[in-house]
Design a protein around this ligand. Structure first.
Ligand code: CMC
Length: 430
């Protein structure tokens, strides 16, 4: 018997089956042959939330959750954060290799040339209520972009696909900044194509009137590093959404809008703003023990920014962000007073049996909000700042899915738990 197989004996029938094991997995469809009799549908797996199901083969991102390791296309996240720019990382995610100087210059030029949006986009962003959440505006506006580029439906044409990928990457900061400006009641600032990707985003957020806002280069770099840290994270909730929606061959704008909606939730990208709200609510270090007690007793909600489906160790991105926070606080010349509360929460959690036993460590969202806050970015924008760079990962994973011969329209099975067949009674007999 070959070593890379799994023998299963079905005790209902006494039959034994041999299934192939490849890359530490068995194919769920191989279970279907296991039947009690010919009329039986065949064995399925039950895996709500996909906690133990590989939904794809991917060469984009590697995570070892136990060791706290994150690589993109083989490169450790720590090195990318130190030595690359966000656009280099986006290129890497799209193409599998880091760009050389010419490739980077061409890619940067391409992205820069697509930062403008159709004037009508302005009109409908203006149509949102004055207090609309920027994530809601982002989801709606990105979905609407599909109506401006109907050719995007031709997802099988590589050149066309690549054009839409560049467009999306380029336009996300513009739409994000405009959503922010709308919520502030400030006029929209057009992209400035003399600026870098990150600088341009900051300028569109911060410029007032003719005032040429010039961002501190260290702050630009800090935000660029934050973008790198958020660029991709393999099969998370929003990426899974991107792949699932994309698997129906919807256009990439609709799929990115859906992925953005998935990111919005507080258990995913919405955690960064939830952390800051939590820190504000705790208020000071002396309130930390009581808060931690309430989390453990289940009355105070979750410790936001802690825990991860995959990491059972310190999230490597959180380590980089923690250092980055210190650098940003030095540049700005002020520390976020909530940092003390965050440090105390972390100290207690890392030592507390409840958190240790469940392997709950700080994740990427725990410290990022503290940086955004000293950069004067309002809390409601935090998740938008996650969505901009994650667009690179969504698109890389989307294209990989489209080119994967194993993939089909995503369509899980269910275990039906409802009524068996019955007749509809007349209305006066119900
Ligand atoms: N605070 C307190 N308890 C927690 C937390 C937390 N943050 N996270 C998990 N637990 C407990 C949970 O109650 C459960 O305990 P028990 O076994 O007694 O029922 C146990 O730990 C396992 O939790 P789970 O919900 O089964 O774990 P999961 O893998 O389904 O959830 C998670 C992962 C990230 C949704 C969760 O840890 C969480 O809600 N964290 C807070 C929100 C957050 O920070 N999200 C950002 C994630 S990283 C960036 C991103 O994905 O966008």
């Amino acid at each position: 018997m070959s070593q890379d197989t799994l023998s299963i004996t079905d005790n209902r029938t006494g039959k034994t089956y041999e299934l192939e094991v490849t890359d530490g997995t068995i194919r769920a469809m191989d279970l279907r042959q296991i039947k009690v009799d010919e009329s039986d549908f065949g064995l399925m797996t039950y895996d709500p939330a996909f906690t133990n199901t590989a939904s794809c083969r991917s060469s984009v991102t590697y995570i070892d959750g136990d060791k706290g390791i994150l690589h993109h296309r083989g490169y450790p996240i720590e090195q990318l954060a130190e030595k690359a720019s966000f656009l280099e990382v986006a290129y890497l995610l799209f193409n599998g290799e880091l760009p050389n100087r010419t490739q980077l210059a061409d890619f940067t030029q391409e992205v820069t040339m697509h930062t403008f949006v159709h004037e009508n986009v302005r009109t409908f962003i203006n149509g949102f209520r004055y207090d609309a959440h920027p994530m809601g505006m982002l989801v709606g506006t990105v979905a609407a972009l599909s109506t401006f580029y109907p050719e995007a439906m031709d997802i099988h044409d590589k050149e066309n696909r690549r054009l839409q990928m560049v467009r999306l990457l380029a336009k996300m900061p513009t739409i994000a900044a405009w959503s922010f400006r709308h919520s502030q009641g400030k006029p929209f600032v057009y992209p400035d194509n003399d600026l870098s990707y990150t600088e341009n985003f900051l300028a569109m957020m911060k410029r007032v009137g003719d005032n040429k806002y010039v961002a501190d280069p260290d702050i630009v770099r800090a935000l660029d590093v934050l973008f790198i840290l958020h660029a991709d994270h393999e099969q998370n909730c929003s990426t899974n959404t991107m792949r699932a929606v994309g698997s129906s061959h919807a256009d990439p704008y609709s799929a990115v809008a859906a992925a953005t909606a998935a990111l919005y939730g507080p258990l995913h990208g919405g955690a960064n703003s939830a952390v800051l709200k939590m820190l504000r609510q705790i208020g000071s270090v002396d309130h930390v023990p009581a808060f931690m007690k309430s989390v453990k007793e289940g009355t105070g909600g979750r410790l936001m920014g802690f825990g991860h489906r995959v990491y059972k160790n310190y999230d490597p991105r959180a380590k980089v962000i923690k250092k980055l926070a210190d650098r940003v606080f030095d540049i700005i010349g002020t520390k976020n007073p909530l940092l003390k509360v965050a440090l105390e929460l972390e100290k207690i959690a890392l030592d507390d049996e409840y958190f240790v036993q469940r392997k709950l460590y700080p994740n990427v969202d725990f410290y990022s909000g503290l940086i955004y806050e000293v950069l004067d970015i309002p809390v409601d924008m935090f998740t938008v700042l996650f969505a901009i760079p994650r667009t690179a990962g969504w698109l890389a994973q989307w294209e990989e899915m489209l080119l994967d011969k194993d993939q089909k329209i995503a369509r899980p099975r269910q275990i039906y738990t409802g009524q068996s067949a019955r007749d509809v009674p007349p209305r006066d007999e119900r």
